[in-house]
Design a protein around this ligand. Structure first.
Ligand code: FAD
Length: 291
């Protein structure tokens, strides 16, 4: 199923994100965790793509497995930074042959090693170039892209970020998934600005349930997200008690999702991080709302 069809249905739904193993030995445990999440029958599952290749073959394997065994639509991520055209075109071909229908087209993070390397020969500098290549390959994917309610860390300002986002959508994105955020007002503000700029595709908010205190620093560093005082108090109070922190983090994410649904969002994407218990709890909390 193409995700554009799902979003057009306007039915309230939750989707979950999983990531492939970083080592070959971890494959079986990751596969089991992703299957447990698939059994919850989310509207779709996205499978991230390890930056810089590595175990990236597992993205496709996990996406195929979820779709064929559980009938859950999948969204396979693909990054392009520092890749050659040949590698990217071969990957697109592989996805096509594997029956993948939805692709999240990303640039990928610039790791410190990549930042320090000679970038003069790079074929891809931005996700838009990848989207052009996917389109030119003739593959009939439903293509998604990333967007940043609190602006991408490399952007000078939001005006510039939205200008390039419009180019990305015009290149062929059917929807955009957001970076995590912890204050819904930032998303509502962003939506207003991008709609004004003529970006009209469905926006899928990405919600990260913070279930342990160690995750906080990492998540903030990665995303640059603003941490509201209400969230800080929760971490201060419960951060040293793992069970309490998990319960509070799930409740905070649930609350964010309910507010998003109440304000017109129809699909929320949960960064479930290979944690079936967290995904299940959030889904249970919303059972009557999701119907
Ligand atoms: P781009 O859209 O290329 O934007 C990157 C920066 O370049 C922005 O500042 C943008 O404004 C600017 N820009 C865009 N076009 C131009 C232009 N023509 N000229 C000048 N500047 C321009 N990373 C992974 O490695 N694997 C994953 O699976 C993965 N999944 C993700 C899923 C989501 C929903 C999100 C939000 C992020 C994900 N990431 C993933 C992280 C992502 O790769 C990084 O955030 C990366 O730094 C930017 O990727 P992008 O596709 O948004 O880049």
């Amino acid at each position: 199923m193409k995700l554009s069809e799902l979003f057009a249905s306007k039915k309230l739904s939750l989707s979950f994100e999983v990531f492939p193993p970083k080592t070959d030995t971890a494959f079986e445990s990751v596969k089991t965790a992703t299957e447990e999440i698939a059994k919850l029958r989310p509207s779709f599952m996205s499978v991230t793509y390890g930056a810089g290749g590595g175990t990236s073959q597992y993205t496709l394997e996990i996406a195929k497995n979820i779709k064929s065994r559980y009938g859950v639509p999948t969204l396979a991520h693909l990054t392009c930074v520092s890749s050659t055209k040949e590698t990217v075109l071969a990957k697109i071909d592989e996805m096509k042959k594997a029956g993948i229908e939805n692709v999240m087209a990303l640039r990928g993070d610039l790791t410190p090693e990549l930042e320090a390397s000679d970038r003069s020969g790079w074929c891809y500098r931005h996700a838009t170039q990848l989207i052009h290549d996917i389109k030119a390959s003739g593959a009939d994917f439903c293509i998604g892209g990333a967007c940043y309610p609190e602006i991408h860390p490399e952007s000078v300002d939001q005006r510039e970020d939205i200008k390039y986002l419009k180019e990305k959508v015009d290149a062929g994105c059917s929807f955009l998934t957001t970076q995590m955020f912890f204050d819904n007002n930032l998303l509502y503000n962003f939506l207003y600005k991008i709609r004004e700029a003529g970006i009209l595709v469905p926006i899928i908010p990405g919600i990260m349930p913070i279930t342990n205190a160690n995750q906080v620093e990492r998540a903030m560093k990665l995303s640059g997200s603003f941490m509201p005082q209400r969230f800080k108090s929760l971490v201060d109070k419960f951060g040293t008690n793992p069970d309490a922190m998990k319960q509070a983090g799930i409740a905070y994410a649930t609350d964010q999702i309910i507010d998003l649904f109440a304000n017109g969002i129809t699909n929320v994407h949960v960064y479930s991080m290979n944690k079936p218990d967290v995904a299940e709890k959030i889904q249970q909390n919303l059972s009557d709302i999701l119907g």
